[in-house]
Design a protein around this ligand. Structure first.
Ligand SMILES: Cc1cc2nc3c(=O)[nH]c(=O)nc-3n(C[C@H](O)[C@H](O)[C@H](O)COP(=O)(O)OP(=O)(O)OC[C@H]3O[C@@H](n4cnc5c(N)ncnc54)[C@H](O)[C@@H]3O)c2cc1C
Length: 414
C-alpha cells in the first residue's frame, strides 16, 4: 500500500518507520524544512511513565477556575471566545471524576511503558544516539506534607508496576550531588527509577534517517491545507505545492490535526496547551544535573540533553498563539538558577513557546476513522515524546490488521 503520513514530529516519523518496515511505500509530508521541529523539538525531554497522570482530574476544575480569577495555577485558561475551546472544555470537565481520571491515567501509563521500551529498542537496533540519561527521574518537593501527599498519589501507578520511591533530601543528594547546595531547602523527592530523559528531536531525526534508508520519501516544506474526500475515502492530501495521493493516510499533525480533519468533516478533539521551553548551553566549569526531573513547587521540568540543559514550564489554554515574551520565562530562570546555579550559560538561552496536542481525556487517538483509508495518530498531549514510538507501532499494527502488543482499549480514535 502507498501510505501518506501527515506530520513529521516524533509521532509521524515513528509511524512512518514501522509502516516502512511492514513493506509499505511511505511518503511523509510536513510544512517544516526538517523533521521534528514543532512540539517534538521543544519538549522537556522526559521519558516518564511515572508521570502519566491524566490532567483531567477532580482537582483540575478548581485550578482552571482559579486561573480565570488571576491566580497562578499549574493549568491556566486565557478566557477567549473560541467555540473549539468551549467544546473541548466541556468534554474535559466530564473527564474530571475520580473514576475517569484513574481509567485515563492507566491507559496512558500502559502506552508510556510500552513506548519507552520501543524508544530503547529502536535506538539500539538502529544505532541512534539521542543523549539518553537512564538513571531515573526526580519529582522534587520543598515541603514535607506535599511530598507525602504526592507519594500517596503514586499508589495507582505503583500498583500497576511503576517503580516510584520516596527519597528524603539526603537520598536525593546521594543520587544527584549537584543538588547538595540546597540542603534542607528540599524535603525530598519521588524517584521514578524506570523514568529517563533524552533528546526527542535528535531521536526523530535519527529515525527519519533510517526511514530514508528504507525508502521513505520525505516531502518537507509543504504546508497541508486539507484533505480531499470521495465516497467515504480520502483521495489526496492538498498542499501548497499540489496534491499528494496514496492508498492510505495517517493524520499525525499534532495540534494541526483538528483543522486538517475538519476539512473532511472529521471532528478531531485535539486542542493546544501552550508551554514555554528554554535551552541553555551547559558550562564546562559548572555542575549540571544528569538526572532529569520536575520541581513540583514551580512545575518547571528539566533535563540534560547532551551539551544543553532544557527547562520547560506552564500549561496554558490560549488557542494557537505561539508568541512569547521574555518575562514568560522568569519562573524557568528562577528555578534554573535556584536548583542549578552553575550548570549553564543562563544569559545564552534559546527560547520558544510550543503547543501540546491535548485530548480532553488524556490518551491519544490512534486508529481508524469514519473515512475508510484514514487513520489517526494524534493527541499525545504532555507525554508525546514518551508515547510517540509506541503509538507509531500501534497504528502500523492497526493498518496491518495485526494484534497489537498491548491492549488498545481507551486509545482508539473516538
Ligand atoms: C513545553 C512542552 C514540554 C513537553 N515535555 C514533554 C516531556 O518531557 N515528555 C514527553 O513525553 N512529552 C513532552 N511534551 C509533549 C510532546 O512534545 C508532544 O506530545 C509530542 O511532541 C507530540 O508529537 P507530534 O509528532 O504529535 O507533534 P509535533 O512534534 O508537534 O509534530 C506535528 C508535525 O505536524 C506538522 N504540521 C502541523 N500542521 C501542519 C500542516 N497544516 N501542514 C504541514 N505540516 C503540519 C508540524 O510542522 C509538525 O512537524 C511536551 C510538550 C511541550 C509543548
Amino acid at each position: 500500500m502507498k501510505i501518506i503520513v501527515l506530520g513529521a514530529g516524533v509521532v509521524g516519523v515513528t509511524s512512518a518507520y514501522y509502516l516502512a518496515k511492514d513493506g509499505h511505500e511511505v511518503v511523509v509530508v510536513d510544512r517544516e524544512g526538517e523533521v521534528g521541529q514543532d512540539a517534538s523539538a521543544g519538549n522537556a525531554g522526559l521519558i516518564a511513565p511515572g508521570h502519566s497522570y491524566a490532567w483531567a482530574s477532580p482537582a483540575a476544575p478548581k485550578l482552571m477556575l482559579g486561573s480565570l480569577t488571576g491566580k497562578k495555577t499549574s493549568i491556566r485558561v486565557k478566557p477567549r471566545l473560541d467555540p473549539a475551546l468551549v467544546g473541548w472544555g466541556v468534554r474535559f470537565l466530564r473527564e474530571c471524576t475520580a473514576d475517569r481520571a484513574r481509567r485515563n491515567t492507566l491507559v496512558k501509563h500502559r502506552l508510556c511503558r510500552y513506548s519507552h521500551g520501543l524508544i530503547k529498542s529502536i535506538a539500539e537496533t538502529e544505532g541512534i544516539d539521542y543523549a539518553a540519561e537512564t538513571a531515573g527521574m526526580f519529582y522534587l518537593y520543598a515541603d514535607e506534607a506535599d511530598l507525602q501527599a504526592g507519594f500517596e498519589k503514586t499508589a495507582l501507578l505503583r500498583e500497576n508496576g511503576e517503580d516510584l520511591r520516596l527519597l528524603d533530601a539526603a537520598g536525593v543528594i546521594e543520587r544527584e550531588p549537584v543538588l547538595a547546595h540546597l540542603g534542607d531547602r528540599i524535603a525530598g523527592a519521588i524517584f521514578g527509577a524506570d523514568d529517563a530523559s533524552g533528546d526527542c528531536e535528535r531521536f526523530t531525526k535519527g529515525v527519519a534517517n533510517r526511514c530514508r534508508a528504507l525508502g521513505v520519501d520525505f516531502q518537507l516544506g509543504r504546508s497541508i491545507h486539507g484533505l480531499r474526500e470521495s465516497n467515504g475515502a480520502i483521495e489526496a492530501v492538498q498542499t501548497t505545492n499540489g496534491d499528494i495521493a496514496g492508498d492510505g493516510y495517517v493524520l499525525a499533525c499534532g495540534v494541526g490535526s483538528a483543522a486538517i480533519g475538519g476539512t473532511v468533516g472529521l471532528k478531531v478533539p485535539v486542542y493546544p496547551a501552550k508551554g514555554y521551553s528554554a535551552t541553555f548551553p551547559i558550562r564546562e566549569d559548572g555542575e549540571c544535573p544528569s538526572v532529569g526531573g520536575v520541581d513540583e513547587n514551580t512545575l518547571v521540568a528539566w533535563s540534560k540533553l547532551g551539551d544543553v540543559l532544557r527547562m520547560s514550564s506552564t500549561a496554558e489554554f490560549a488557542g494557537y498563539d505561539r508568541s512569547w515574551r521574555k518575562d514568560d520565562f522568569d519562573g524557568v530562570l528562577e528555578t534554573a538558577r535556584r536548583l542549578f546555579p552553575t550548570a549553564a550559560h543562563y544569559d545564552q538561552g534559546r527560547y520558544r513557546a510550543c503547543l501540546r496536542p491535548m485530548t480532553p481525556d488524556g490518551p491519544p487517538l490512534i486508529g481508524p476513522t469514519k473515512l475508510r483509508n484514514l487513520w489517526l495518530n494524534t493527541g499525545h498531549g504532555h507525554m508525546g515524546w514518551t508515547m510517540g514510538p509506541g503509538s507509531g507501532k500501534l497504528v502500523a499494527d492497526v493498518i496491518a490488521r495485526r494484534a497489537p502488543d498491548i491492549d488498545m482499549a481507551g486509545m482508539q480514535a473516538r
